[in-house]
Write a protein that binds this ligand. Structure first.
Ligand code: SF4
Length: 283
């Protein structure tokens, strides 16, 4: 697949709340914590959800203790479930479809997440055979988004996750390997492997972390101010409260909006084109 087309697909995976029936505010379970001031069971609308599916306290979420709402991102799954799977029918006017709609939402979220990662990998400079395999995987995943609700509920997502992860690791290793080759004093790629590492609160300010594999790592509250994170694999890394002020994340791999929303940064942080700078970084 053409790299620009893949980049466009990745960039298109963004929530459009105007086309969604408030699914994240209804389908999901909320537990009182530092991110939420209330408990809410799955399938029950949040007390702040209005009749037009907008949030009554949208501009004051953080001030009112709903930090978790400013972090969440469905990658566009909400509008697809609302408008495609259920053809524009809302759980409010059709209560009999509500239960199924709320069950489908987290499944669609996972499919969109896999599509985002696979499309991103296709936008890299990678060998043609790997690109072909990723292209087929993307087509299969995109086809899943058009299935009806019952078919979505019976999917074996583990199988798709497994096959996607294998290809994503190959793409990441290839890109990281190419970056390492260009670094002075050519080093072994294994030395850059910190997958699933526990680096919570670690002081890494100003470090050159290029091409590091942080897959599934715990980096909570790490200080990454002014760090070079080019070609770093951040898939599944826990980035809550990581300080990315002044850091270069422009070519970091598999970074999601949700990860960035949970982190800290500033106007000097550089981000990939598919990631928006969170408004709470600026105000
Ligand atoms: S506070 Fe607003 S954004 Fe958060 S769950 Fe409730 S309605 Fe949704």
């Amino acid at each position: 697949m053409d790299k620009e087309k893949a980049k466009t697909i990745r960039e298109s995976l963004a929530a459009d709340c105007t086309k969604c029936f408030g699914l994240c505010c209804t389908a999901l379970n909320i537990v009182a914590s530092s991110d939420f001031p209330i408990n809410k069971p799955a399938g029950t609308p949040c007390m702040n959800l209005q009749s037009d599916y907008s949030c009554q306290i949208h501009s004051q979420l953080r001030d009112k203790g709903f930090k978790g709402c400013t972090v969440f991102d469905c990658l566009g799954a909400g509008q697809v479930v609302s408008q495609v799977t259920f053809s524009g029918q809302s759980w409010r006017e059709n209560p009999d479809i509500g239960k199924k709609m709320f069950q489908v939402f987290p499944i669609m979220e996972q499919i969109h997440e896999m599509i985002a990662y696979v499309a991103e990998a296709l936008s890299y400079d990678i060998p043609d055979d790997l690109s072909d395999k990723l292209g087929k995987q993307l087509e299969e995943l995109q086809a899943l988004t058009k299935l009806d609700a019952d078919s979505l509920l019976s999917l074996d997502l583990v199988m798709y996750r497994f096959s996607s992860n294998e290809l994503l690791t190959l793409a990441s290793d290839f890109v990281r390997g190419k970056t390492i080759e260009k670094m002075p004093g050519f080093q072994n790629i294994k030395e850059f492997n910190h997958a699933r590492a526990d680096w919570m609160g670690k002081k890494l300010k100003g470090k050159d972390l290029r091409a590091t594999d942080f897959k599934g790592s715990y980096l909570i509250a790490a200080d990454m101010k002014n760090t070079d994170l080019s070609a770093v694999n951040l898939i599944g890394a826990d980035l809550r409260d990581v300080n990315f002020s002044g850091a270069d994340l422009s070519t970091s791999m598999f970074l999601t909006q949700m990860q960035i929303n949970s982190a800290k940064g500033d106007l000097k942080t550089t981000l990939p084109s598919h990631i928006q700078r969170p408004s709470h970084w600026i105000h």
